[in-house]
Ligand binder design. Structure first.
Ligand SMILES: Nc1ncnc2c1ncn2[C@@H]1O[C@H](COP(=O)(O)OP(=O)(O)OP(=O)(O)O)[C@@H](O)[C@H]1O
Ligand SMILES: [Mg+2]
Length: 252
């Protein structure tokens, strides 16, 4: 369980990026966090991982108040998540294989052969096995994203996967492919399911994968509900934000 209690954070004395934010989520949920650029979505994930501290409020992960933890305790708490970061996801000096096996090497007792097998399996699943010996600079943006997902999923046995803009900047087909992958990786039933939080401003991708939608506005949760509620919202700004949804409804 993740719980935010009245969390506020501001940077450099500017107005609050997140203000008095409270919500609860189970690790098995499939959640999309939506909001405009600069709205605090990435900051929310960073708070969850203890990479930044709130100015006020508390954050509980598995019942543990992470705002009180030491750096080594935080590291343990972070292991409950796998993260696909928005930017700079790969180690530039390592090839694809080394990027993917990084986590296995650090955190598992698998043999070299088993690691190689797992890395190949994952890359195959993501459709980029042929890139195994390439360097990040030799890959397209979409391929880099897939390697980043493979790396996030390798080795560590997360309770939940956090995707920060996993489909942004990709062509619709590749984005669709990543959406299918995100769904495949969250198979199974609650409470065992490894859920995810996908942070995105692409509503059409969010509805392909998520069951619960949270919309951030002015640092607060302006909407929290399922797809039915999202489609029926009367909030003018949210309707404008989810415009593509209403459009696609009309064309059905
Ligand atoms: N470490 C930081 N130092 C200073 N300001 C920051 C820092 N991190 C985030 N901010 C500011 O907080 C605000 C929210 O940033 P955040 O990255 O969380 O937005 P976002 O919703 O993820 O945006 P995008 O959709 O563009 O990724 C922005 O105004 C940003 O400039
Ligand atoms: Mg962001």
């Amino acid at each position: 369980m993740i719980e935010f209690q009245n969390v506020s954070i501001a940077f450099n004395n500017n107005h609050a990026v997140l203000h008095d934010l409270s919500f609860k989520a189970h690790f098995y949920e499939k959640i999309a966090i939506l909001g405009i650029s600069g709205g605090g979505k990435t900051t929310l994930l960073r708070l969850m991982l203890g990479l930044v501290q709130p100015d006020s409020g508390r954050i509980f992960i598995d019942g543990q108040d992470i705002t009180e933890l030491s750096e080594s305790e935080l590291r343990e708490s972070r292991m409950k998540f796998s993260i696909v970061f928005q930017e700079g996801a790969l180690f530039d000096s390592l090839n694809v294989r080394e990027n993917v096996v990084f986590c296995f090497r650090e955190y598992s007792n698998l043999s070299q052969e088993e690691i190689e097998k797992k890395a190949r399996e994952l890359l195959h699943k993501l459709g980029i096995e042929e890139a195994i010996d390439l360097m990040p600079e030799e890959l397209s943006g979409g391929m880099q994203r897939r390697v980043a997902i493979a790396r996030a999923l390798a080795g560590c046995n997360p309770k939940m996967v956090l995707y920060d803009e996993a489909t942004s900047g990709l062509d619709p087909l590749t984005a669709d492919n990543i959406c299918s992958l995100i769904t495949d990786l969250a198979k199974g039933e609650p409470p065992e399911r490894t859920g995810f939080i996908i942070v995105t401003h692409k509503v059409t991708d969010a509805v392909k994968v998520a069951e619960r939608f949270i919309y951030l506005r002015n640092g607060e949760i302006a909407f929290d509900g399922d797809i039915g509620a999202l489609r029926n919202t009367e909030d003018p700004e949210l309707r404008a934000f989810t415009g593509e949804l209403h459009l696609s409804e009309k064309h059905l």
